[in-house]
Ligand binder design. Sequence first.
Ligand code: BF8
Ligand code: SF4
Length: 631
Amino acid sequence: MSDKTKKFEKYTITRDGQLMLGKAEQEQIETVWDRFEDQLPQCGYCEMGLSCRNCAMGPCRVDPFGEGPQKGVCGADADIIVARNFGRMIAAGAASHSDHGRDLVEVLEKVSQGKAPGYKINDSEKLMRVAAEYGVATEGKDALTVAGELSYAMQEDYGTRKKGIQLISRVPPKRLKVWEKLGIIPRGIDRETSEMMHRTHMGVDNDWLNLLLQGMRNALSDGWGGSLIATEVSDILFGTPKPVSSTVNIGVLKEDHVNILVHGHNPVVSEMICRAAEDNELVRLAREKGAKGINLAGLCCTGNELLMRHGVPMAGNHLMTELVLMTGAVEMILVDYQCIMPSLGHVAKCFHTRMISTSDKAKFPGMDHREFHPENAAQLARELVKEAVENFTNRNPDRVYIPVDPVQCMAGFSVEAILGALGGSPAPLIDALKAGKIRGAAGIVGCNNPKIRQDYGHVTLAKRLIENDILVLDTGCASVATAKAGLKVPEAIRLAGPGLKEVCGALGIPPVLHVGSCVDNVRIMVLAAALANTLGTDISDLPLAGAAPEWYSEKAVSIGVYVVASGIFTVLGPTPPITGSAKVVNMATAGLNDAVGACFAVEPDPEKAAVLIRRHIEKKRKGLGLSSIEV
Ligand code: BF8
Ligand code: SF4
């Protein structure tokens, strides 16, 4: 099939992706790329952020060439419309992460009440540590009591009447002063999202700059609030990740096994499926049905959660989620929420695959809805795995196509694991930075987007950075991309520059560290804060950078904004819809430097993005009085 797949090289750099696109074409199954092409040319007004449908006097649009209307019916100009639209993107992203966090806090609460059979406190040391941060007295109390009190305190963070959310206590004092001066300390997680929606209603906030400031506060309520709570409570309930080996790409599916996939974000569901898939009785049933066993694999971020904690293999990232169905070897996909294309149920109908939606918040066409709650999760997970096993006999072996072998990878680099590898403190990392062996570190995060050749942005950027002695930490779909490309094994140090090779080689770690799912970007922020605190500087003084080379989602917008507002320069691949306002563009790409000590750049070419990041890192090194080189 190799010649026939040549034309798919422009869509994806991955061999499994190209081959599966060939199968899709052969079977005439529509994919995300087909629909993308059907949409071209996409609306120029929307691309520039110049259209508004916030009220029924509209929809309105502003002509970017100055010939047509320059104001919406209400009088909003380009700057206002662009800033309002961008603010709403942040609000949606922050809401998504934070609501995911809330679901975890509710499970924690139910665990404390003994109403969540199957769930338990897995990391009680972390529970006690985080509880203390929240001011919950822990002495002499058992874990369940502390869990109950902590869940209450965390729920208060969502609708707090306090001046600031709790975990900004981790933010370096210098950074907090910056936020205080700008008036962007997040007060409550839900409050900032709610206020963003309020301000963007017609006739409320009509000052583009004021809107952007609220955008930052809203994003910070995600980064240091909802997402951070999601990560910490996931660790408390399911364990703090430690380095673990596994495999990745479509080749993780097994022809002779019952294949079950989990897709979405919240480990609340996938953890229970993981447990059920190991149930001896169900494995025995699988054998009775003619399979060798049950093979569980992940997709997207809930896959990352399982990969980080249990070494569950990873079948693919965002743009692989339709293609994985083309293998004809998947008995069941269970989804929760976020980044689940509504096309999946239709694609699955072409095969025997059963699609199950599990959250009351997220129903999809062509899927059976089986709602998970803390009370029924363990039992329901068993039932569903049993149904998946029973579906094995409906598989048509003639249609099974798993054309590649999986690639090895290492995952599980939580902050605790990174510090553990360093001997318990960030000091060795700081020494390596000072000695110039590691020039700096960069977080590569975010999605796939059919506008960009799949994985090309992530992989190219990661390669350029590590060969220039920049340590890469990645999350979300970016982390799956670099794993597929073989960058997440200790042997990948051969692709690193001499300094990074020496440091990673001594520690036995890859030069590209898997830090987790998208909510886990906060792990990178927490590590950055710990470095800044150790050095007595602000995060913005450190030789760090962020990149989202293939981002698509509103969550990625919120992440980008909280990363920049926390002081880290960030390069975006796809252009955000703000180009309709020169003022907003100038603020995002330059003006923010004066306000928060960091800004955005937009650079779709990862080769050039790598140069921008290297230059930035060398500039920061110089600022700290460390050796720097000309880039
Ligand atoms: O939260 S990286 S495509 S799966 S939004 Fe979605 Fe983007 Fe993937 Fe995870 Ni994150
Ligand atoms: Fe048009 Fe203003 Fe209504 Fe937006 S808020 S749709 S610009 S009238």
